[in-house]
Design a protein around this ligand. Structure first.
Ligand code: SPV
Ligand code: MG
Length: 537
């Protein structure tokens, strides 16, 4: 049902109905979520939220912009407090057209002179509009509405300006005859006497709307008994907001800490919810290219490092410094430059030595007795989507990470096709691939897959050296976790395994592990000489 129709039905229903003030998109949404069937676009609140007076200091188009946000964020009808209609009949016509374009259900105009002043400021000093002129404005508004259900609520300020009962009655009757859909009778008294006297005489000629800001203590039941149609809680979201803002600002100024109050505040996630992030994510899935999702990285950095003498007494090798920053920082920088935004470092030995920011940490508290998979298990929660698994002591050029994030296979390893001769290594993880190739550069357009990776493959048989990176797609990450879980459930001490062991297990179980070849452009830090290589890298 149209918002206009819903508002009209609310006005005409025999029930006492309620609408509540809002002054921007957020507050309008909050009002709707509280269960209100409609929103009052209060002139006082909208102007106050802009930091200006309720004297038409904000232009009507500025108010219109706010209303557009309010209407976008809500499904219930909005009744705009349109002050005097912002001018004469002609301004009223244009206003109604523009309100309709923005799905505002109804407008309330008051019989004062533009620019108006709020009813509670020197009411008696406020001149009232000429009755005939105001009736012309009501007619113009009704005629300008393309939708017959667009309602005009005619508000009399006769009581506010001190004219009294007869004037209020005379005016409301004239407004009814001019085509108003309802009348709003405003009173600034602390009791509702003027309202009840009016209701007694008025009967049910047209629905009556009230704003019990000053006669707030009057029991609501008496409004119902008097036959009032609609109550407007006109400024209470703004006022409670002011209280909350003042309290928070004063508290923060005084205590200079959030520690005790954070738990009492709406979370930032609640802000995101109110902003409609869920809907955004739905469309994002549909329209954003999949590759645009930044991948994550898990860098295993639990080990102390054996070849560094007393350099690693206080810190693990990943925290040894080259060019003023630790090895792990060099690694992390390359990952970030390669398109990874979310890096998790798994620590083991001397976790307190890690002081690199912009990464998350997980700790493998059994690092001494477990292997790389033990560390991976410590970061298992991160392994829920696209991810690159690597080592905290392997530094690569960013393009290697970039390519890995774009890999076509769900599980992919990076292999340096050079047969390394630079120095004798205790253990090099050689990779054997299919189709086999030994010394020629890999051919483009061939999908190489991993046959095996370990330090027992003879260099001559190997396709190259595994550089320590594994790329996992969303599905690949699930495959990894499922394999680890299954092995653990079967009683295998998988936490003690190395990454190559798991890769070999996957290959043996029929998982296709892709190979991406590189040549140089990476370095792993195994001994002190490697540190000076990193300096030159
Ligand atoms: C408003 O909410 O802006 C109103 C009601 O017009 S009152 O402030 O009581 O005039
Ligand atoms: Mg107002």
């Amino acid at each position: 049902m149209k918002k206009t129709t819903r508002f009209k039905q609310m006005l005409q229903s025999p029930e006492l109905e309620f609408i509540c003030e809002a002054h921007n998109g957020l507050s309008a949404k909050i009002v709707e979520e509280a269960g209100f069937k409609g929103v009052w676009g209060s002139g006082l609140s909208i102007s106050a939220a802009m930091g200006v007076r309720d004297n038409n200091e904000a232009s009507w188009t500025q108010v219109l912009e706010v209303l557009e946000f309010m209407a976008d964020q809500t499904t219930v009808p909005i009744l705009l407090d349109a002050d005097t209609g912002y001018g004469n009949f002609n301004n009223m016509r244009r206003l109604v057209q523009k309100l309709q374009q923005r799905d505002i259900a109804a407008a309330c105009i008051e019989d004062k002179i533009f620019p108006k002043t709020n009813s509670f400021i020197k009411g008696e000093a406020q001149p009232l509009a000429d009755v005939d002129e105001f009736c012309g404005k009501i007619k113009a508004g009704k005629d300008a509405a393309a939708d017959d259900d667009f309602c005009i609520v005619a508000r009399t300020e006769a009581f506010i300006a001190g004219w009294g009962f007869d004037e209020a009655m005379k005016r409301c009757e004239a407004y009814r005859l001019a085509g108003a859909d309802a009348v709003l009778v405003h009173s600034k008294l602390g009791v509702a006497d003027e309202i009840f006297a009016f209701m007694k005489e008025w009967g049910n000629r047209l629905p009556v709307v009230i704003v019990p800001t000053k006669y707030y203590a009057t029991p609501t039941e008496t409004f119902r008994e008097a036959g009032i149609s609609l109550v407007i809680w006109a400024n209470h979201i703004l006022r409670s907001g002011i209280r909350a803002m003042k309290d928070m600002a004063a508290y923060l100024k005084q205590h200079e800490s959030l520690a005790k109050i954070e738990k009492d505040l709406p979370t930032v996630e609640e802000i995101f919810r109110l902003q409609g992030m869920e809907e955004y994510e739905k469309w994002e899935k549909l329209y954003l290219p999949k590759t645009a999702t930044p991948g994550k990285a898990i860098l295993l950095a639990a080990s102390k490092g054996h070849n560094f003498g007393n350099l690693t007494e206080e810190r693990p090798k990943a925290m040894l410094e080259v060019e003023g920053k630790p090895v792990i920082s060099h690694a992390v920088s390359a990952f970030k430059a390669g398109g990874v935004r979310d890096v998790t470092v798994v620590t083991g030995y001397k976790p307190e030595a890690f002081n690199v920011t912009s990464v998350k940490y997980k700790h493998n508290d059994q690092w001494e007795t477990t292997g790389e998979i033990g560390s991976l298990i410590a970061a298992k929660k991160t392994l829920d989507s696209k991810c690159v698994v690597g080592y905290g002591d392997v530094v690569v050029r960013p393009f290697i990470v970039e390519n890995l994030l774009r890999a076509k296979t769900d599980v992919t390893v990076v292999v340096d096709y050079k047969q390394p001769t630079k120095k004798a290594r205790k253990s090099v993880d050689w990779a054997k691939a299919s189709p086999a190739r030994v010394d020629a550069a890999p051919l483009k357009d061939i999908d190489y897959t991993l046959v095996r990776v370990d330090d027992r493959i003879e260099p001559g048989e190997a396709a190259g050296e595994w550089i320590g990176l594994v790329g996992l797609s969303d599905a690949g990450a699930k495959t990894f976790v499922a394999a680890i879980d299954k092995l653990a459930a079967e009683g295998v001490e998988v936490a003690k395994w190395s990454l190559p062991q798991l890769l070999n297990h996957l290959v043996e179980s029929g998982v296709k592990v892709g190979v991406q070849y590189v040549h140089d452009n990476w370095i792993d830090i195994d001994d002190i000489a490697d540190l000076s290589d990193l300096y030159k890298f």
